[in-house]
Write a protein that binds this ligand. Structure first.
Ligand code: 89Y
Length: 352
């Protein structure tokens, strides 16, 4: 099978991991790079050779010119959020399948427009949502699916940290008026949907601890997912005995037992038979930043899933249409926090 040719739009922090993760998956050729500051794209093109690129990608600071000149099988958009929508529309106009980072847009209507533009152009549209691809989280999902703890009735999903390097690596996070729910809540709500289905309601509270950021750095949401009460807690500003970044912690109670994904990737299952604990390993790639190891490893599995859809007609988990439900939930959570009320969530206008 011939390699699929692709271009990357955006050569900032995350591209340093997204691109080598593509080379890890294989079956692709990076034809071109776009960045509005050309010198950054030039520097990334040089790094690509070190990561094993067969050809040095061509470099552009004009996204339209890139799409006009290159014959592509897909594009991977890794820019900051405000650039997602214009680039997705541009790719749709050029009839090129698209992958876009989460959150796909800053509001639901813009996200809906992106999904619709790709549908109208007849091109696949995927969201790169990788938390559900972390090996320890997949192992936890297998425990739930095995029925070992019976039927889940309550869950706690936590992403709580303090590491200041997060704001140094992604300085744009400081400027976002909607931070915790949009940035980390997108991941946690996707996980809630992955484990327990689409929530019917949300009650949310938000808070800002850091004085030097525009948005909220703390949020707690209670989601009602059928029979499951799912609590999602996130914080960028919690000093804990053991710093957890970038681990997501889970505690799930079921009719026959409980399962916990705890610090250090320990998976503990408790039933009438006792408590069984094992540590779930994940791949350590040489190109990954050790501070983000489990998150960067998950990019490979997420990309492999998307490539399966692009090359071989398999279904991908994180389609744009599916992820629109997560975007809806994020913004219903903001409405709940603003009104201090439970908000019902319906997905009638999210076409999956
Ligand atoms: O941007 C965020 C994400 O998507 O996962 C963790 C993160 O890098 C910092 O909150």
């Amino acid at each position: 099978m011939t390699n699929l040719k692709f271009a990357v739009f955006g050569t900032g922090f995350w591209a340093n991991f997204q691109i080598p993760a593509w080379f890890e998956v294989g079956g692709v050729e990076l034809a071109a790079l776009y960045n509005r500051t050309r010198s950054k794209a030039d520097a990334m093109a040089e790094k690509c050779v070190a990561w094993g690129a067969a050809v040095v990608p061509r470099v552009y600071d004009d996204a339209e010119a890139l799409l006009r000149n290159e014959q592509l099988d897909f594009v991977d958009i890794i820019t900051e959020v405000p650039a997602h929508a214009p680039l997705v529309h541009l790719a749709a106009q050029h009839r090129v399948p698209v992958i876009c980072q989460k959150p796909m847009a800053g509001d639901f209507d813009t996200a809906c427009g992106m999904v619709q533009a790709c549908q109208a152009a007849g091109v696949p549209f995927f969201v790169h949502e990788n938390f559900r691809w972390q090996a320890p989280i997949r192992a936890l999902k297998n425990v739930i699916d095995s029925g070992e703890i019976g039927t889940p009735f309550r869950a706690r999903i936590q992403f709580v940290f303090h590491k200041p390097f997060v704001f140094e690596n992604q300085p744009m996070l400081k400027t976002l008026e909607q931070l915790a729910l949009a940035d980390v809540g997108s991941h946690l709500f996707d996980l809630a949907r992955f484990f327990f289905g689409d929530p019917e309601s949300v009650y949310c509270q938000t808070h800002r601890v850091r004085p030097d950021i525009a948005g909220e750095d703390v949020a707690s949401a209670v989601l009602r997912c059928g029979d499951v009460i799912c609590n999602c807690d996130m914080s960028y500003s919690s000093r804990t005995e053991q710093e957890q970044f970038p681990q997501t912690l889970f505690y799930i109670e079921g009719t026959q037992g409980t399962v916990e994904l705890g610090p250090g990737f320990w998976l503990r299952t408790t039933t009438d038979a006792g408590t069984f604990a094992r540590r779930v390993p994940y791949h350590r790639y040489p190109w990954a930043d050790p501070d983000y190891a489990v998150a960067h490893a998950s990019i490979v599995d997420c990309n492999a899933d998307l490539l399966g859809a692009l090359c071989c007609g398999r279904d991908a988990e994180t389609t744009g249409a599916d992820n629109l439900k997560t975007v809806r939930l994020v913004h219903r959570a903001y409405e709940s926090a603003a009104a201090n009320q439970v908000v019902r969530v319906d997905y009638a206008d999210c076409r999956a």
